[in-house]
Design a protein around this ligand. Structure first.
Ligand SMILES: Cc1ncc(COP(=O)(O)O)c(C=O)c1O
Length: 339
């Protein structure tokens, strides 16, 4: 248990919140920055460039998290919007392989643009075959917490020159990984990145961007965000060409949260989250696992609720998820309630 980070004072979390897979809680620095921005908005005491600076900081923070550079990062508001934008890279008649239990934000956009084939997540690498154009999968599955066999999938995809797109909404912020071998990493930031709902990021590879169309082209995607009026449409030469204009306050909250994650380091957060998740698994009689999300068939979610523990039910299973602000007390409270 010495892997645990003592982060309690950095948050205002009430005990028993085991639901980061639904939404993450902000570090105090993020909620304070948001309070300041709301006061500025109420009074009209600043122009928006103050809030926009947080967007630049958040973009840089996401790039650092993935060991890449900000010019490869697009900002948006939802994961599905980013996947839809990425799906414009597909040729007519394309075929895309997706896990059969995939969260729909990384499934429906593909179904709009291509013929989708599905396979169980644990069989995804084996299901890759010639004739596919892309493989798209969650790095950590929302329904089960399963961690994708990233190396195997990338190896199989590269053998057939497929685009490799991962949705890291349930992974970025606790699971160590980089962009190596990936064409896109999409992330809705309101879970493990602890941002307000409405900030989302995507890393895209240059070879992918060459094929993408700017589906929602707008003023913010122009150099210096200065393309306010009229033609010509000159978009940024990098991943910012695919930006949505930012929901300012979401990024005001996202920037300090990303700073904290980068400061503590994903390997340390990974160790913390797994230590708690595995304490929970042990208490349930399960073997140790590799995910910060634990699912339990047959557990009585009502008992947890009665004990003030907030978790979720997904695909009929109890889903408990463990992040920075959780402690062994949270785990033990949940185990006692289920006993
Ligand atoms: C894997 C995954 N992707 C994306 C999202 C959210 O997507 P969006 O930002 O499109 O609402 C979720 C939310 O549960 C998710 O689990």
């Amino acid at each position: 248990m010495n892997a645990l980070i003592d982060a309690k004072d950095l948050f205002e979390a009430d005990p028993g919140f085991l639901n980061t897979a639904s939404y993450g809680l902000p570090p105090r620095a993020a909620s304070q920055a948001l309070d300041t921005a709301l006061a500025q908005w109420r009074r009209g005491s600043t122009d928006w460039s103050t809030w926009d600076a947080a967007t630049d900081r958040a973009r840089a923070g996401f790039a650092r998290l993935l060991d890449t550079t900000p010019d490869h990062v697009t900002i948006s508001s939802t994961g599905a919007q980013l996947v839809s934008s990425i799906a414009t890279a597909l040729p007519p008649g394309a075929r895309v392989l997706v896990p059969d239990i995939e969260f729909t934000s990384n499934l429906f956009p593909w179904a709009q643009a291509a013929t989708v084939e599905t396979a169980p997540p644990e069989r995804l690498a084996d299901a890759i075959h010639p004739g596919l154009d892309a493989v798209a999968f969650s790095l950590v599955q929302s329904a089960t917490g399963q961690v994708a066999a990233l190396t195997d999938i990338i190896t199989a995809a590269r053998a057939h020159d497929l685009l490799v797109v991962t949705d890291a909404s349930q992974a970025a912020g606790w699971l160590p990984f980089t962009t190596d071998g990936l064409d896109a990493v999409v992330c809705s930031a309101y879970k493990w990145l602890m941002a307000p709902r409405g900030a989302a990021f995507a890393y895209t590879s240059p070879r992918l961007r060459e094929r993408m169309r700017p589906l929602a082209a707008n003023w913010y995607g122009t150099p210096g965000h200065a393309g306010y009026y009229g033609l010509p449409m000159t978009l940024s030469p990098d991943a910012a060409a695919f930006d949505l204009s930012p929901a300012w306050f979401c990024y005001v909250g996202a920037a300090p949260a990303l700073d904290l994650i980068n400061e503590l380091g994903v390997p340390a957060i990974h160790a913390h989250n797994l230590a708690l998740a595995n304490r929970f698994r042990a208490g349930l009689g399960q073997p140790p696992g590799d995910s910060a999300i634990v699912t339990t068939p047959g557990a009585d979610a009502a008992k947890l609720q009665a004990a003030g523990v907030r978790a979720a039910v997904r695909a009929g299973n109890l889903r408990a998820s463990f992040h920075l602000y959780n402690t062994t007390d949270d785990v033990d409270r949940a185990l006692e309630a289920l006993a």
